[in-house]
Design a protein around this ligand. Structure first.
Ligand SMILES: [Zn+2]
Length: 419
């Protein structure tokens, strides 16, 4: 690392961290050269060294408006009006967090404390959050969402998906999606999170609601539909009915699959061409094979296993079989209350058999694949100008220096939002 070089910035004054990742209109359209990058991750193999990360040493990037317009070795960079020297640091694409649950109120500190202290805890899990969310105002929900998005942005997340699922009434699900849609295009209808207490005696009636009136109210505000396919939540037949109804309304499936036990979720996801099967902790050989021969991404959420002391998903097995793997936070107040993609990268390397290169790819390009996006998760001409500068000479430090706040600067859609 070129020690001692503080980043300099001749660009206009930076904007404060805002949390919107849809259609940001940059103020300046003049080109900016970002240079003196020790190691640049492009996720475009031919653009770089041929590896999956497409690494370029001594690199530079030119951004204009909200796009990347040039990438290469710094010695070949074109002249621009603005110039930012990052002082020999590493630059990666902004993280793509393709799985979070951020529209909620309250927290579950007591539940976590009991679990980690080996004490029984009887209160209602997801239903605790449902009660708090229903009782919150729209403004409270939005303030909470904004807070966690700012937190994620400071850690380098420039694209995120988020879900409903703590309303579980027609009105409360629709308003969760309306709130989320003000901050991201990647909004997921998860009316089928759990069967709410008031329908516990008649789950079929709740499935009818989720596929009927609730779907009608929610479909205009969402891109995706999701189901928690698990014992105690929704079985394979219910999940198929819900996802199929969503597809008929133009929502594309993603599935909470095989988290707590073996089950039909992964194979249903593949059958319905879901963009992603999420969790994938308990997989048979047939499940792994199905994922490897499909366009469905296996999204692994190690924050959940960390926070519940559960068995880790086996990323190595999926990668060796040829499946596409994404990493995501699953940020939610019950089972994974982290918004940190760098933390997930470190866990995946330490405990799930991923190499540092694989984990960084899965947290950027992998997340983009799980959202079927090609404009984010990579740094190539034409891609959205989402860049993260690490206070380190290499992306490997994300796993090598766990828990250290390495993200020093972030551009999202060409706008400096951190640092
Ligand atoms: Zn989840």
């Amino acid at each position: 690392m070129n020690s001692g070089n503080e980043p300099t910035n001749s660009a206009p004054a930076t904007a404060g961290p805002d949390t919107t990742n849809s259609a940001v209109a940059p103020e300046a359209t003049a080109a900016t050269l970002i240079t003196n990058i020790a190691g640049l991750v492009t996720n475009d193999p031919p653009l770089g060294d041929g590896s999956p990360l497409g690494l370029i040493r001594d690199a530079a990037v030119v951004i204009e408006g909200d796009r990347v317009v040039w990438i290469g070795e710094s010695s070949k960079a074109p002249a621009t009006d603005n110039r930012v020297d990052v002082g020999g640091r590493a630059v990666i694409p902004g993280f793509v967090d393709s799985h979070s649950h951020l529209v909620f109120a309250g927290d579950r500190t007591a539940e976590f404390n009991a679990r980690m202290s080996g004490r029984p805890y009887e209160a209602g899990g997801i239903r605790t959050t449902v009660a708090a969310t229903r009782a919150a105002t729209d403004a409270e929900l939005e303030a909470n969402l904004t807070r966690y998005l700012r937190e994620a942005l400071r850690q380098g997340t420039t694209t995120f998906e988020t879900k409903s699922g703590y309303g579980l009434t027609v009105e409360d699900e629709a308003r969760a999606l309306r709130v989320a849609a003000r901050h991201t295009d990647e909004v997921t209808y998860l009316g089928a999170h759990v069967v709410p207490a008031e329908h516990a005696d008649d789950p079929a009636a709740y499935v009818a609601l989720v596929t009927g009136e609730m779907l009608d109210a929610c479909a205009p505000h969402a891109r995706w539909i999701d189901v928690f396919c698990e014992e105690g939540a929704f079985d394979g037949d219910q999940a198929r009915a819900i996802l199929t109804a969503g597809k008929a309304r133009g929502l594309h499936p993603r599935v909470h699959a095989n988290q707590l036990s073996y089950g039909p979720g992964v194979r249903l996801a593949v059958e319905l061409d879901a963009a992603s099967a999420d969790h994938c902790t308990h997989l048979t050989d047939e499940d792994v094979d199905a994922l490897a021969h499909s366009a469905t991404v296996a999204t692994l959420l190690p924050g959940a296993e960390f926070s519940t002391r559960a068995r880790w998903p086996d990323a190595r097995r999926l990668l060796d079989a040829g499946a596409t793997v994404a990493l995501s936070t699953d940020c939610n107040p019950g089972s994974s209350f982290t918004s940190s993609m760098p933390f997930c990268v470190a866990l995946a390397v330490r405990d799930m058999g991923m190499t540092p290169d694989e984990a960084v790819w899965s947290a950027t390009a992998g997340g983009a694949a799980a959202l079927r996006r090609t404009d984010v998760g990579r740094l190539t001409p034409g891609a959205r100008a989402d860049l993260v500068v690490l206070d380190a000479p290499s992306h490997v430090h994300l796993a090598y220096r766990p828990g250290v706040p390495l993200v020093t600067r972030v551009w999202r859609a060409g706008v400096p939002v951190v640092g």
